[in-house]
Design a protein around this ligand. Structure first.
Ligand code: SF4
Ligand SMILES: [Zn+2]
Ligand SMILES: [Zn+2]
Length: 307
């Protein structure tokens, strides 16, 4: 087996094909695909102020590195990294240590916001009394802080490291839970209705699989081991991920098909919900955008965190 392009020793077989690539050709393939996604979906515009949601994991580290590289020389575009410290002992503390060094080495400004400072308790402390699924509360608090802090930093885009596997999981989860309206907010660039209180999210790694992002981070030498949050096996997403991995192994191309059929439907979904969407509400307690009178974060603060 040799690399399709240069006959060198291959390091990876591309998902959903019989193509083998060597290290250099794979890195070129990966970076070209990210640039194509940015250009095809107009993810980045002139004078953008891009906040990159980072965690010290393989996806957001690869994204940070690539946006910095791709946007080098663009004086009109600013990038800042932000990270949320949920307060997960032996996991987030370690990944943030790595991230601080990585950002220093790559000269990217990093701002860290923690649950402890913003809500009064770390996730580990919250979970001493909260008996629900950890990710359900953690995900709500995390999305809330990312949106709020991006606005405070006057971001025009919030870039996230979501890859093809993450998106396929979200699509299937929303189907299984009859949350199709939430799917209308997915895609390489999010948003149904323009609202200055919602920062559009962009996903430059959208068409790259988890396996490809892992290989890229490893081959670029960003990290040699990949830690997983200790709470993730309990999540609904974790079970969907296992199911899709199982299907992918039996029927290669499954995840790719989920994404491609979803992208065909997405314009119809967006149009439908744009027309049927009532005006966005603002939380009576914190003024953040939400679908009901009070946002989920404020409800959690009153009913779980302040206990
Ligand atoms: S896996 Fe769940 S608990 Fe862990 S950081 Fe992600 S959302 Fe939070
Ligand atoms: Zn090659
Ligand atoms: Zn609120």
């Amino acid at each position: 087996m040799v690399c399709k392009n240069c006959q060198e020793r291959p390091v990876i077989k591309l998902t959903n094909s019989n193509i083998y690539l060597c290290k250099n050709c794979f890195i070129k393939y990966f970076e070209k695909k990210v640039k194509k996604t940015i250009s095809d979906y107009k993810l980045i515009e002139k004078n953008d102020n891009i906040i990159i949601a980072t965690s010290g994991g393989k996806d957001s580290t690869s994204l940070l590195y690539l946006l910095k590289k791709i946007l080098k020389g663009r004086k009109d575009i600013k990038i800042i990294a932000i990270a949320i410290d949920e307060g997960i002992h032996n996991y987030r503390d370690k990944s943030l240590e790595f991230l601080k060094i990585f950002c220093q080495e790559h000269e990217v400004e990093l701002k860290i916001f923690s649950y402890k400072e913003e809500f009064g308790k770390s996730l580990d402390e919250i979970l001493k009394t909260y008996k629900g699924i950890p990710c359900s509360i953690c995900g709500v608090l995390r999305r809330y802080l990312l949106n709020k802090k991006s606005k405070e930093l006057k971001a025009t885009k919030l870039a996230t490291g979501h890859n093809l596997d993450d998106e396929a999981q979200s699509i299937v989860m929303n189907y299984f839970k009859n949350n199709i309206k939430i799917s209308a907010r997915l895609g390489p660039i999010t948003g149904i209705k323009k609202d200055e209180k919602f920062i559009p999210r962009i996903k430059p790694l959208y068409f790259l699989t988890e396996k490809e992002v892992t290989a890229y981070a490893f081959l670029k030498g960003f990290m040699d081991k990949f830690n997983e949050c200790p709470n993730s096996p309990y999540s609904y997403r974790g079970q969907i991920r296992d199911m899709l991995n199982d299907f992918e192994a039996k029927y290669p191309g499954t995840k790719h098909s989920i994404i491609m059929s979803f992208l065909e439907l997405l314009p119809v979904l967006k149009e439908n919900y744009r027309n049927n969407l009532h005006a966005i509400n603002y939380c009576v307690s914190c003024s953040e955008p939400c679908s009901q009178k009070e946002c989920k974060t404020c409800k959690y603060i009153k009913t779980v965190i302040k206990l």
